[in-house]
Design a protein around this ligand. Structure first.
Ligand code: ADE
Length: 242
């Protein structure tokens, strides 16, 4: 395997390396992967197990259901995978800080993260602290493991990398980049089941189209995401935990 340090690289530590590239191997991200615009490395955590059963987990200290990923095994997996200083080290976890487009943009601008995918009931807290893992959640629901969450994060980053979107707009008009949800889109046919494309969009008046789209975005954001709308109204308010 060649290691080109100049390209954006996602290194994923997982118990299921066969899940990758999965959906990252098709469409926009897959084409960019194939043409060398980014790199993906899925590493098996189990390869760092040392006992004869190759065990990676054990019962929780203090009792309770499920199994916990061992600190020593995961630390060894991180240490052998991560040789780039300053590289973000993420742990996909429902208790993490919610992923935002702003954090995605930061991650896309860097060398690319090392991402640990949790499984079982959790991960020994000591490795999270000892290896400074940043816990990241993709939403308030619980997946059976971090792999699908890692794919979502990687996909969001990859589409921002130079050259990946080609002649598509660079995302400036999309949901979240201006703190607003995206306006509705239409295409031919002009009439669908009795519904017409809004008149203004076929008027050819670009200023009116832009104003209509902004108004739609604002109305949608107010109705569906009052949290985003409030943040937009008070853009200088910073979080204290970040
Ligand atoms: N692992 C399980 N659920 C998750 C979530 N919501 N976000 C990130 N990682 C997870």
């Amino acid at each position: 395997m060649t290691t080109d340090v100049s390209i954006w690289r996602a290194t994923v530590l997982t118990l299921f390396p066969d899940m990758f590239p999965g959906p990252l191997g098709v469409s926009l991200a897959g084409r960019a992967l194939g043409s060398g615009l980014w790199a993906l490395e899925a590493r098996d955590i189990r390869a760092s197990a040392t006992d004869k059963h190759r065990s990676v987990d054990d019962t929780p200290a203090g009792g309770g259901p499920g199994m916990v990923l061992r600190a020593d095994v995961l630390a060894a997996a991180i240490d052998t995978a991560d040789t780039t200083p300053g590289r973000p080290r993420l742990l996909m976890s429902p208790r993490g800080r919610p992923l935002t487009q702003a954090r995605v943009a930061e991650l896309a601008a860097g060398p690319g993260p090392l991402i640990v995918c949790g499984r079982f009931e959790g991960i020994d807290q000591r490795v999270i602290e000892a290896r400074s893992l940043e816990e990241v959640s993709i939403g308030d629901y619980v997946l059976s493991g971090g792999e699908i969450a890692a794919m979502a994060l990687i996909d969001a980053c990859v589409r921002l990398l130079p050259g990946v979107m080609g002649k598509l707009a660079s995302g400036t008009e999309e949901s979240f980049s201006e703190g607003l949800l995206e306006y509705p889109q239409y295409t031919r046919p002009q009439e669908f089941e009795g519904r017409q494309i809004p008149e203004i969009l076929v008027s050819g008046d670009h200023a009116k189209v832009a104003a209509w789209r902004l108004a739609q975005s604002e109305a949608l954001t107010k109705a569906r995401r009052p949290d985003l709308w409030a943040a937009k109204a008070a853009p200088t308010k910073k979080t204290t935990d970040g």
